[in-house]
Design a protein around this ligand. Structure first.
Ligand code: SF4
Length: 202
């Protein structure tokens, strides 16, 4: 696991739990509106060892009951499943934040009961994914991940960032159509000032 940062506590990122957050290094998308640009390269200095995270969590067992694994894209990490297992064995619930591009990893985590909550981004209608993610289309993978997450029985939500200059109301309608009935979908505000693409920062 390549872990770039550890946020010691959050009361708002894991519904119903007091949690810490780790941010994994590396992402396979290059969303122009991303506000975590430093997390995108797969290699980086100043990584935090897994043992440091385990030891932090051990000390906080009476104060925290969850760990959010965010990124970057956590599903790119080797041995994500092993890491989740260790964290769960310490008594923590695990929340995964994902862009949905790696359905096989999500499937593995679900099959082994290693996540308690999944927040998955739906960044654009499938036809506009390349533009909004800065990569070749991952439409098939995103569709598969949506189904896996929605049918998993695990608490989950789908999220879309309201990138006003790029997403129209028609796009938002198309995104809503991708969300299966019974699943929650939230639209979160776009913060322009740290956007990856300079043209979006104004
Ligand atoms: S916003 Fe896009 S580029 Fe940034 S971390 Fe998330 S998926 Fe990766």
């Amino acid at each position: 696991m390549k872990i770039s940062a550890l946020q010691p506590v959050t009361a708002s990122d894991f519904p119903g739990r007091m949690a810490a957050i780790i941010f994994t290094q590396g992402c396979n998308f290059h969303c122009p509106f991303c506000h975590n640009g430093s997390l995108l390269p797969m290699d980086a200095d100043c990584l935090i060892g897994e043992d440091t995270v385990y030891s932090f969590l051990k000390k906080r067992q009476k104060l925290l009951d969850g760990l959010v694994i965010s990124g970057g894209e956590p599903c790119l990490q080797e041995d994500l499943a092993g890491f989740c297992r260790q964290v769960k064995d310490m008594g923590y619930a695990v929340k995964l934040d994902t862009n949905g591009s790696r359905p096989l990893v999500i499937e593995e985590l679900l099959a082994e009961d290693l996540v308690n909550f999944i927040a998955m981004d739906i960044k654009a209608p499938l036809s506009r994914l390349p533009e909004l993610t800065g990569t070749a289309s991952h439409g098939e993978q995103i569709s598969r991940s949506i189904s896996l997450v929605a049918e998993s029985g695990v608490d989950h939500l789908f999220r879309t960032t309201d990138v006003k200059p790029m997403l129209s109301s028609e796009d938002h309608r198309s995104i809503k159509e991708l969300v299966p009935p019974g699943s929650c979908h939230v639209v979160q505000p776009f913060v322009a000032k740290n956007a990856l693409a300079p043209s979006l920062r104004e």
